[in-house]
Design a protein around this ligand. Structure first.
Ligand code: GLY
Length: 375
């Protein structure tokens, strides 16, 4: 018997003619086909997933698409950040074409951030743009990467340097799928949950800090609440700045340092996964803000204490095998796409939930700070 979803929350991403719903709840996957059919008229789709997720969830999604009368084929790719690259983009686009999918058909991303970004980008460029559905299976993807239309791949030069904005037509976030994640993956995704509290929702941070984090990781009702709050926080920012000409950059809190560390470990997930880089990056962004005199010492201490309580890394020394020299980290920061005409942009803060975009941050100040952090 197919169990039905209990409570489904809906968060709307308001983008005029391209608005869409994010459905959030336990046990939504068996009804995904029906939800997709009501959101868009498609004849067929290609499901793009990875080998680990396929083992857990592909059969359920295929059955639900079949039940909704949507023809489907599946492409199962290797798991891991290295899949977000040119060779796998080519493979995905060729699979779309080989399956004779038309422009009005869809690509369905069943996976975490890597699969969502890759499949989304393939759907943006195949036949000059097809429909796209996100079925995120990691906490990180449910609260961040599946929402807002950023798609793309990494280049050997840096992360996410090739891509397009291409919004999904629906996001189906089945929070029960997170039960199969490893504790490490759950914690890494949790870093992106904390991010929304630190950007502009101090009450949300306090709720997390006071103990809600335990329920989120363990699968209590706090999980749906946190995914819904995170998605509405992100939806609000995306609705006012879809293509990151302004406020959307706030979502990069912790990412400038974090991306540099990921690049320095050559995207080796055994050493550092994205959310862990973001956790270290957020702790560093708060310490850097304190060093620049923007906030009191209590602020970075509180952020680091919470991340550590959850079991997340907060320091350069926490990167297994070392993070690289301060000069190497600064070089990696300069390669990041958030550098504009050579000026360094950071998300800094005046307190918990009081983040802001700081342009023209001096490279000398960053280097001094990195030397202190590495000492
Ligand atoms: N993950 C950052 C953004 O979507 O803008």
């Amino acid at each position: 018997m197919i169990a039905t979803a209990q409570t489904t929350r809906t968060v709307k991403v308001d983008l005029a003619g391209r608005s869409y719903d994010i459905l959030i709840g336990r046990n939504l996957l068996p009804g995904a086909g029906e939800a997709i059919a009501s959101a868009m008229k498609i004849r067929g789709c290609l499901i793009v997933t990875d080998a680990i997720v396929a083992g857990h969830h592909l059969a359920t999604l295929e059955a639900s698409l079949g039940a909704a009368g949507i023809a489907h084929a599946s492409l199962v790719l290797p798991a891991g950040e290295k899949t977000k690259s040119w060779p796998f983009l080519e493979q995905t686009v060729e699979a779309i074409l080989a399956n004779r999918l038309e422009r009005g058909d869809a690509v369905v991303a069943l996976g975490g951030g890597v699969i969502g970004d890759l499949a989304g980008f393939a759907s943006a460029i195949a036949r000059r743009g097809m429909r796209f559905v996100q079925v995120p299976t990691s906490l990180l993807a449910q609260v961040d990467s599946s929402v807002g239309g950023k798609t793309g791949i990494n280049s050997p030069v840096g992360k996410n340097l090739v891509g397009a904005f291409h919004q999904p037509g629906i996001v189906i976030a089945d929070t029960g799928l997170l039960d199969t994640l490893s504790p490490r993956e759950m914690k890494a995704g949790y870093a992106e949950v904390v991010k929304y509290g630190l950007i502009d929702r101090p009450d949300f941070f306090e709720w997390l800090e006071a103990g809600a984090w335990r329920g989120i990781l363990a699968g209590g009702p706090e999980r749906e609440e946190a995914v819904a709050v995170a998605c509405s926080a992100k939806a609000a920012i995306v609705a006012r700045d879809e293509t990151e000409t302004g406020d959307r950059a706030l979502l990069n809190l912790g990412h400038t340092f974090g991306h540099a560390l990921e690049a320095l470990v050559q995207y080796d997930g055994a050493r550092l996964v994205h959310g862990e880089g973001v956790a270290i990056g957020m702790a560093m962004a708060h310490r850097f803000s304190q060093k620049l005199g923007l906030c009191s010492q209590e602020v970075p201490s509180r952020v680091a204490a919470h991340l550590q309580a959850v079991g997340l890394p907060t320091r350069l020394a926490d990167v297994p095998g070392g993070a690289g020299s301060p000069d190497a980290i600064l070089d990696a920061i300069r390669q990041d796409k958030k550098v504009s005409r050579g000026a360094l942009t950071f998300i800094l803060t005046r307190g918990i939930g009081r983040s802001f975009i700081a342009k023209d941050v001096s490279a000398e100040k960053v280097l001094d700070f990195l030397k202190e952090e590495a000492a």
